[in-house]
Design a protein around this ligand. Sequence first.
Ligand code: FES
Length: 383
Amino acid sequence: MAYKFKRQIFGFMDLLRFKKMVPTREKMLAEGSAEPLPKTFSVNETAKILHPGTRKVKLAEIRDETHDIKTFVFETFAPSMFRAGQYVSLRARIGGSVVSRPYAISSSPFDALRGNKVAVTIKRAGFFSEWMCDNAALGDEFELGDPSGDFFHDGVRDSRRVLGIAGGSGITPFFSMAQAIAEGSEDFELTLLYGAKTVKDLAFKDRLDALCGDKFKVVYVLSDEKKDGFEHGFITAELISKFAQGDFTVMMCGPQVMYDFAEKELAKIGVTGARRVRKEANCVSTRDVKPQEFKLRVHIRDEAFDIKADARETLLTAMERAGLKVPSKCRAGGCGFCHSRLIDGKYSIAGADKRRLADVKFGFVHPCCTYPDSDMEIEVPRG
Ligand code: FES
C-alpha cells in the first residue's frame, strides 16, 4: 500500500514565525549588556575544589604517633574536599625514581576545606613509607593526587550503624571518620574495634578517646598484653556480637591476615557478603618467585623507553624505578587509573583480576597488579 504524506497546511506559518525571529534576536542583542562574559563560573570553581587533579603540596608538620607510625600534615594552598575514609596518592622523586603510594587521609574533611591541610598517617613498612619516616623534612614539596576510593559511609549503600574493624595503620581512615562525625561532616554511628599488639602500638589513642560520644565508640583489643579497660585476644565472633547487634555494616581496614581471620569470625554470626562487609584494598606488593630480569618496552605518547622489569615486581614498580612518570592511584587493581594497552608479552595478575571484561578482551592491563612473565611491551598514559 502506498504511503500517504500528511499535508502541512501550517508550513508557511512557520516560515513567517522564523522571519519574525531574526529582528527579535537582533533587538535582544542590541539591548543586551556590553559586559564581557565572566571568565569563570561558580560551578567551575566548585568542580576545581572537588577534582583538583594532582597538586603540589608542602610538608608542614610531622607527628610521632607510635614507635613506627608517623603523621605527615601537608599544606595544600587551596581548599579540597573528600569523604572521610578516602585516600590520596602521594608522589615524590627519590634519587632517579618517581615513587608514589596511596595513603588513607587521617585528618578531617573540615581541615581540608577550611584549613587547607591534609594529613596522612604512615607506618614504617615498605620502601616509600620508610623513606618518608626517615627522610621527609618540613618544607619538602610533594605531589598529592585527587582524594579517591569508596571506603566511606554511603547512606544509600550502608546501614546507619557501622562496625569498624581496624588493625595497625588501618586505624587511619577510621580516625578521619571519627573526627568527621564529631565536626558534623558525616552522620552515622561508628563502633570501632581497634586491634593492636600492645598499648604502645595504638595510634591516636588519646584523641580517639576524646572523640567518643553518642555516635562514636572505640574498643581497644590487645593481643599481646592484658590490661584493665582493654579487651584481650583477637576480634572474634563473640567480641563482635558483644558490641554490634541487629543491622550493621562492617568496614575493615588492616592487613590481609586480619581480613582472613575477621571474615571467618563474621561468617560464624551470619555476617557475610559484599554489601555487609566492606574491606579497604591493600596495595599489591612483590611476589614470591625466583628473581628474573625481563625487558620492558614502554610507550608514552610518541616516546619509547626500554627498561628492566624484575619478575618479582609489578610493571608499575619497574616503570617508577626507571624514573618514568606514569599514572597510579590505588595500586591494588581497583581504580583503573593505570589502565595501559598490552602490545606484547606474557604476564600474571596479583590476586583477583579486577579488570572490566572489555579490557580483558581488548588487551588492557593494570600495571599496578601485573607481573611480567616474559619480555613485554606496553603503552601507558602519561602520568
Ligand atoms: S592504580 Fe588503581 S588500578 Fe592501577
